[in-house]
Design a protein around this ligand. Structure first.
Ligand SMILES: [Zn+2]
Length: 121
């Protein structure tokens, strides 16, 4: 029984989160960064969070170290909730939902639901 509910849980997580991957172009659709567009730098699918280039930049005080010789303030992107992101299609340049399509060789690709073009490669 427990096993079953775990599967159900995973299915729900998958349904809720768009299939965001590293290097995808995304737009923020909710929250204080709404409307900003950037490239995904990192995805934490377990936590449902992603780091997007130049979005949700937070200033951090840094101690002097190898990367910040002087110390001081560094700017770093903070993680965003993946459910607040929507993928922007490279082909039609519109925020879009992602569909899956099975190719003739059996491989699955992500496709733009607006223009039908594959999102990868
Ligand atoms: Zn498209």
């Amino acid at each position: 029984m427990e096993e079953k509910s775990r599967v159900q849980e995973l299915k729900e997580v998958r349904k809720k989160h768009p299939r965001v991957k590293k290097d995808d172009k995304v737009i923020v659709i909710a929250g204080k960064e709404k409307g900003k567009i950037g490239t995904v730098l990192k995805v934490d699918s377990e936590k449902g969070r992603a780091v997007v280039e130049k979005v949700n930049v937070v200033k951090k005080h840094a101690r002097p170290g190898p990367q910040t010789a002087q110390g001081g303030i560094i700017e770093k992107e903070g993680p965003l909730n993946i459910s607040n992101l929507m993928i922007v299609c490279n082909k039609c340049a519109e925020p879009t939902r992602i569909g899956m399509r099975r190719l003739e060789d059996g491989a699955k690709v992500r496709v733009c639901k607006k223009c039908g073009e594959p999102m990868d490669g």
